[in-house]
Write a protein that binds this ligand. Structure first.
Ligand code: G6P
Length: 369
């Protein structure tokens, strides 16, 4: 293979550990004191963004989860309504087009057949304000859009996407700030504060990667399970979805993700001592709500694996295992919280002995429908 494994056992592990560098490269354009500008998205960005009233994100798989996180960011900071849709659904349904919508297609490969078709469908409906967020500069999707942002994750070989996902989130963070600035929603002070957090992100990710030994131990216990439930709230709900997807993809453990508030509307019936529940538990404004969901799980004998961060203050007790992440990272917290979930599924798959980089029945790039 052209890309060397070096000291790593699998490409997936290598790619997980490359995330600080992948993020630093993707965020290079704001290095030093550089501010945010629409031009980060292409020469015509000023004109394409001008008058945008809504955002529609189209994607598949892990890229779709990046879009779901972006919805929370763009709505709360840029104050634009956002819809995120699975490309294979959008392309075949009758939807209401709006020429003032910014259509964002997001794809690691830039070759996913459904995403490309969804983009062409949107254009055929008269939506010409299009932006690709993609990891491959010369790909089919990038050639079809008015604007582009190229993530610089480098080649991703493991079928389960890791570093592409976190760089997609970095791209969406920049897009959020660019749209907020154009809409007059970003003060100079806010811009500087948010850019500083972005610039520090690679270092923050590096610190989370150091938790690998603890996560490895959790994975040992996990590997014998047949089912797992992932819970999250707000912008961490899509992170729970991504954690469940990773676990399914490479360890073949059946995993489902729920918005924690939905627990009582169904999945609680599944909870017993054999159903581990993974809770993405950052110290954000939803934490108290989440804690009461966790008590409901405990009351039914469910074993909890809690990914907490600085300030989450959830005590360890019988059946409640806590992993403390070093910092709480505000808006960008989803970027940090996905890392231990990637590591958890990687190590669970190792214990099970599955083909981590090439899981059965899956392809890296799905270029046929
Ligand atoms: C496949 C891959 C996933 C990926 C999805 C979308 O299913 O296995 O890892 O998230 O395609 O791919 P894209 O290249 O469009 O991001």
């Amino acid at each position: 293979d052209a890309v060397e494994l070096g000291k790593f056992r699998h490409y997936m592990q290598k790619e997980i550990f490359e995330q600080p560098q992948a993020l630093a490269q993707t965020l290079e354009l704001i290095a030093g004191g550089a501010g945010i500008t629409p031009q980060h998205f292409g020469a015509r960005a000023g004109e394409v963004f001008d008058g945008v009233r809504r955002v529609l994100v189209l994607a598949c798989g892990t890229s779709y989860h990046a879009g779901l996180v972006a919805r929370y960011w763009i709505e709360s900071i840029a104050k634009l309504p956002v819809t995120v849709e699975i490309a294979s659904e959008y392309r075949y349904r009758e939807s209401v087009p709006d020429p003032d919508t910014l259509v964002v297609v997001i794809s690691q490969s830039g070759e996913t057949a459904d995403t490309l078709a969804a983009l062409k469908h949107a254009k055929a409906l008269g939506m010409q304000r299009t932006l690709a967020i993609c990891n491959v500069p010369e790909s089919a999707i990038v050639r079809e859009t008015a604007l582009r942002f190229i993530t610089r994750a480098g080649p991703e070989i493991g079928v389960a996407s890791t570093k592409a996902f976190t760089t997609q989130l970095a791209a969406f963070a920049l897009l959020t700030l660019a749209l907020a600035k154009i809409n007059g929603r970003l003060s100079a002070e806010d811009e500087e504060r948010r850019l500083a957090a972005l610039r520090h992100l690679p270092v923050a990710v590096q610190k989370v990667l150091e938790l690998e030994p603890e996560i490895e131990q959790w994975a040992q216990r996990f590997a014998g399970k047949e089912h797992a439930l992932f819970l999250g709230r707000g912008s961490h709900w899509p992170i729970a979805m991504e954690g469940a997807l990773k676990l399914k993809e490479i360890s073949y453990i059946h995993a489902e993700a729920y918005a924690a508030g939905e627990l009582k509307h169904g999945p609680l019936a599944l909870v017993d001592k054999d159903m581990p529940v993974i809770a993405v538990s950052p110290a954000d404004e939803l934490l108290e709500k989440l804690k009461s969901n966790l008590q409901e799980v405990r009351a039914r004998g469910g074993e909890l694996y809690v990914f907490a961060d600085a300030g989450s203050e959830i005590p360890e007790s019988e059946g409640v295992h806590i992993l403390h992440m070093p910092e709480h990272y505000g808006m960008l917290s989803p970027v940090l919280h996905v890392i231990p979930l990637q590591l958890l599924s990687y190590h669970a798959a190792l214990v099970k002995g599955t083909d981590v980089d090439k899981p059965r029945n899956l392809a890296k790039s799905v270029t046929v429908e």
